[in-house]
Design a protein. Structure first.
Length: 90
């Protein structure tokens, strides 16, 4: 139905990781939609959500970006709801 991209902000190059996911799943994203979830922002606050939005804007991509705790059921439900909204209204 769509794609939830999880990015570990504690990695050595999280924005580079996002770029690889966007390249590898370009067709799926184009045919459906996607949301981006950034994890570990509590321990690694940089890059922040605004940095991700800026990068996506520079690439001409408009997708929602959320800072989440993937271990938290509420965060996961919110991501699914956001993706469903993108699919419904996109």
């Amino acid at each position: 139905m769509g794609l939830i991209i999880l990015i570990d902000n504690s990695g050595s190059d999280p924005i580079g990781e996002l770029m690889r996911y966007l390249d590898n799943f370009r067709e799926v994203i184009h045919e459906t939609s996607a949301v981006i979830a950034i994890t570990h922002t509590d321990t690694h606050p940089e890059p922040n959500v605004e940095n991700y939005h800026h990068y996506l804007h520079e690439c001409g991509i408009e997708l929602p970006v959320f800072a989440v705790d993937a271990r938290c059921a509420d965060s996961v439900v919110m991501l699914i709801q956001a993706l469903l909204a993108m699919l419904e209204f996109g």
